[in-house]
Ligand binder design. Structure first.
Ligand code: FAD
Length: 188
């Protein structure tokens, strides 16, 4: 396999595949590394409704569409985890358990992981447990939801939920300061 590329993309989720399409259109030689079945995260989404032109599609089907689009440009795919990176003057070297690859640029598209903190959380991801109020809040319109909030900036998402849900049971993991904006938020 050719081991020299213009761009190495680490991560084959939506961000990495989108970068691969854009790079390929610009005639760059691209390699994508993904160790884990191309976004297990998005594949867990029961329903995705915020992509224009693709209403009510499952995360699994949406990810397959993204993959099909990206693959049509024939990037090199390496189904291995990148475990090593170093930089020379003009080149990056990336290592997996099975070999080394060179690229002039690297795009890190490795996603984010959430730490699971409550029993049952993992089992119900995508079936009642969500991490994005503006993505999934509308599935719970008119219902009572619980929001575990770890940083003050996430209170904006709580306000969003309060506007569409009957009640929000708020469980902050920090000291709340100032009044809440909605009367249907109950603090536990
Ligand atoms: C239950 C649920 C529902 C969701 N619903 C929606 C929704 O309705 N609408 C919406 O817009 N978003 C939704 N999301 C969020 C969406 O899934 C993420 O925003 C999206 O997947 C982020 O894309 P990404 O490419 O940045 O990262 P990811 O999708 O996490 O992809 C990163 C990839 O990088 C790979 N990787 C990481 N490290 C390495 C390494 N060292 N070497 C090789 N590969 C590596 C991982 O295996 C993974 O495949 C939902 C998420 C969840 C969990």
């Amino acid at each position: 396999m050719e081991k020299n590329y213009d761009i190495a993309i680490i991560g084959g989720g939506p961000a990495g595949l989108s970068a691969a399409v854009t790079a390929s259109i610009r005639n760059k030689k691209v390699v994508i590394f993904d160790a884990n079945g191309f976004s297990p995260r998005l594949r867990k989404a029961h329903m995705v409704s915020n992509y224009l032109g693709l209403p009510n599609i499952s995360g699994q089907d949406l990810m397959d569409k993204f993959l099909e689009h990206a693959m049509s440009f024939e990037p090199t795919i390496v189904k291995d985890k990148v475990i090593y990176a170093s930089q020379d003057e003009n080149t990056f070297t990336l290592g997996t358990a099975n070999g080394f690859y060179n690229a002039r640029s690297i795009i890190l598209a490795i996603g984010a992981s959430s730490s699971e903190i409550i029993p049952g959380e993992k089992e119900f991801i995508g079936r009642g447990v969500s991490y994005c109020a503006t993505c999934d809040g509308h599935f719970f319109k008119g219902k009572t939801v619980a929001a575990i909030v770890t940083v003050p900036s996430a209170l904006e998402e709580v306000d969003f939920l309060a506007e569409i849900c009957e009640k929000v049971v708020l469980m902050p993991r920090f000291k709340l300061e100032g009044p809440l904006r909605h009367s249907n938020i109950e603090i536990v």
